[in-house]
Write a protein that binds this ligand. Structure first.
Ligand SMILES: Nc1ncnc2c1ncn2[C@@H]1O[C@H](COP(=O)(O)OP(=O)(O)OP(=O)(O)O)[C@@H](O)[C@H]1O
Length: 635
């Protein structure tokens, strides 16, 4: 290193282990004026072309360390994710695999003045139905009052969605009397989107944050209409009669493991929320609705949306693949057929809905009693949901009730049904003590889960930093040592094959391939005599080219009928650069390079490049003869 002593500025010296540091100077800087006359250190000369082996080793070690660190951090992140998944599962199991929420529909403006509300929420888990004379209390996991917003409902549903991403089958059912707001909760409106769209958005959001696995999603939609299955996402049929059959002709299959599949149901891969919501809106539009006395646009079927989640763990974790289903079901409204004023088809639809709802009730009752036989086969609805209602799956029922006095009968029925479903988990009422213990356990688990999530994020940040450092170190390594390596190679490669163009590794690979592909048999190689003949011809071309450069003729006679046009691009190139060598060591001749003829009005004749190996190629000779004839005709 060279240190200037011309001015008296302070110069910092990078001193190792403090040896030679200026102790006089408090900040450790050595004043040039105080420097000893002969420096205590021998002058060091650095040859920039010498590869600093020590630094190279250091950098290699650093890269290896970082790689190891990242592997370790990923492992840690995976076990944290595993812990979070287990804890969430425990929370949901403690809370109950079938959870029931209740939502009270506000009195609509048209009936607000004539009705006194008969359903009142008592805190966040109780609801009271009845007037002064008879009061009945129901308890649920959560009660949403009439003021609750779509967002309030979604916040409570969110944890169960996470469970679907973790690989569990999840089923969310909107149940209730007709006109109580099931479709409002699931679909929502443009201003206030419902659960399905919020859930889809959240799934994509959560999947994008999860670095321990990759996710893909697909969507299917069907309705159970009059006991038949209709594919809501099937492509529009060109022939209506055929379409009607294909839409309704779906079979439900159950495999040996008990997994349910619906044969022929359209399944659309959706890569983002926009696509998913587009398909969902499309499916909704096809759903059957009718006007009834109770609801202007009453859904006359059960509408089922299935999101299939494909989860693949990262390669370092074994790349385990899991598939889970999230069912979002807007059930048809239970209804008193007389009250809805339904007749004909609408009456049949109402009956079919009631029948399948009672089959759903029977399944839930069997699950509650932990009976060996669960009557899934009694309706299409329960057959479809078989693998998402039973063991290992999570069920959320959202029961909807009206506040109107005239609906008190249906309201009580709905709430009793929902409470029975809730009792699948606990056949007896919990004592206050047990309840408190349960709550405490849930709170502890929730704290554990939060800790695991925070730690997961922290480790994620560490991974990001380490990855950044690794990529920078790799760049530095390849920029420094690869460059030096390449520089070392340059003279040899330059000797081997002078190239006009900077050769990229790919290009050189190509060249090698071409040489191999187009190598001619030995007997076709030019003889000494032919080489001499050729050289003579080239000399002739050169001299004529010189003549042409002086601009006297527009074409030249090579020998016999062989001629060249001044307009030939290859010949032009030769004129520009007469000393240019071909790759094969010969001075390039226009004819050897290409037989394309550019004389005006004549169609260019091109020979594939594969034939351009040598003018001595027998096929090429024939082409050349043809070319010469044509050229002499043109003169
Ligand atoms: N929470 C709510 N806030 C405001 N309006 C609501 C709410 N719930 C329902 N509604 C309104 O009540 C009407 C009936 O609701 P919706 O169609 O969702 O009922 P439903 O239970 O799906 O009926 P059906 O079973 O007949 O299809 C709609 O006009 C809807 O906008």
């Amino acid at each position: 290193m060279f240190i200037s002593t011309e001015n008296e500025e302070q110069i910092s010296l990078p001193l190792e282990n403090g040896v030679g540091s200026n102790l006089d100077s408090p900040d450790g800087l050595l004043s040039a004026s105080k420097m000893p006359e002969s420096p205590p250190f021998p002058a060091v000369f650095t040859d920039v072309n010498v590869v600093p082996q020590l630094e190279k080793k250091e950098l290699e070690t650093k890269i290896a360390n970082l790689e190891g660190e990242i592997v370790g951090l990923r492992q840690k992140q995976r076990s944290l994710d595993e812990k979070r998944r287990e804890t969430l599962n425990k929370i949901l199991d403690t809370k109950g695999c079938i959870r029931v929420f209740c939502r009270i529909r506000p009195l609509l403006s048209t009936i607000r003045r004539i009705h006194k509300p008969i359903v009142v929420g008592l805190g966040s888990e109780k609801i009271v139905v009845g007037s002064a004379g008879s009061r009945k209390e129901f308890g649920f996991d959560k009660v949403f009052s009439q003021e609750a917003t779509q967002e309030d409902v979604f916040v409570e549903v969110e944890p169960i969605l996470r469970s679907a991403l973790d690989g569990h089958n999840v089923c969310i059912l909107a149940y209730g009397q007709t006109g109580t707001g099931k479709t409002f909760t699931m679909d929502g409106t443009n201003d206030s989107p419902g659960l399905v769209l919020r859930a889809l958005k959240d799934l994509f959001r959560q999947a994008s944050f999860d670095s321990s696995a990759s996710f893909t999603f697909s969507i299917s939609m069907l309705e159970v209409y009059l006991g038949n299955l209709r594919d809501l996402l099937a492509p529009k049929p060109s022939n209506r009669a055929y379409g009607a059959v294909s839409r309704c002709n779906l079979n439900i299959q159950t495999d040996l493991k008990g997994l349910v599949e619906i044969e022929g149901l359209t399944e659309v891969d959706v890569s983002n929320f926009t696509k998913a919501s587009w398909w969902y809106t499309k499916g909704r539009q096809v759903r059957s609705t009718s006007w009834t006395n109770v609801n202007e646009a009453s859904s006359r079927s059960h509408c089922l949306t299935r999101i299939t989640i494909f989860r693949r763990g990262d390669a370092s974790g074994g790349g385990k693949a899991e598939v889970s289903k999230l069912w979002l079901v807007d059930l048809g409204g239970s209804e008193r057929l007389l009250k809805t004023g339904a007749t004909g088809q609408t009456l049949d639809e109402g009956r079919a809905i009631n029948l399948s709802l009672s089959a759903l009730g029977d399944v839930i009752a069997a699950l509650r009693r932990k009976r060996g036989h669960v009557p899934y086969r009694n309706s299409k609805l329960t057959q479809i949901l078989k693998d998402s209602l039973g063991d290992g799956s999570k069920v959320l029922m959202l029961v909807h009730v009206s506040q109107c006095e005239e609906d008190i009968g249906e309201t009580t029925c709905s709430l009793s049904f929902a409470q029975r479903a809730k009792a699948v988990e606990s056949t007896r009422e919990l004592t206050e003590d047990l309840k408190k213990q349960k709550e405490k356990r849930i709170a502890e688990l929730e704290e554990d889960m939060r800790d695991a999530e925070e730690e997961y994020k922290r480790v994620g940040n560490q991974i990001q930093k380490a990855e950044f450092l690794l990529s920078e170190s790799r760049k530095l390594f390849s920029a420094t040592y690869q460059l030096l390596k390449d520089e070392g190679k340059t003279p040899t490669s330059a000797k081997e094959e002078p190239s006009e163009f900077p050769a990229t590794p790919k290009a050189s690979e190509k060249v090698i391939k071409r040489k191999d592909t187009y190598s001619v048999p030995r007997f076709m190689n030019p003889t000494m005599a032919s080489r001499q003949r050729k050289t003579a011809a080239e000399r002739e071309i050169d001299s004529r080219a010189r003549m042409l450069r002086s601009g006297t003729r527009s074409s030249i006679q090579i020998s016999g009928s062989e001629s060249l046009s001044y307009l030939d691009p290859h010949f032009k190139a030769l004129l520009r650069n007469p000393n240019k060598k071909s790759r094969h060591g010969y001075t390039s001749t226009p004819l050897a390079e290409s037989t394309k003829c550019n004389v005006s009005d004549s169609k260019p004749i091109s020979v594939p490049r594969a034939k351009m190996v040598s003018s001595l190629d027998p096929n090429l000779k024939a082409t050349l003869r043809r070319h010469r004839r044509r050229m002499s005709d043109l003169i």
